[in-house]
Design a protein around this ligand. Sequence first.
Ligand code: FES
Length: 71
Amino acid sequence: MYVCLCKSVTDHEIRRLVHTRGVHTVRQLRDETGATSQCGKCARCAHQVIKDELAGVSAKKTGWLPPLCTP
Ligand code: FES
């Protein structure tokens, strides 16, 4: 799904950047993609996607994956 409509950034892209570019904060995501830099309405959801993905990385051993934020 699109997280940032202004910059056309999807949750899939954010998750990929967490692993490939070491994106761990919304600021890093903004620097990489421009997400959150226009209207800013996506910041909360972008933060949640990053947080969930980082938690998912450490939770893979247990099989638990956190839910995605709702827009
Ligand atoms: S929806 Fe992301 S900056 Fe507007």
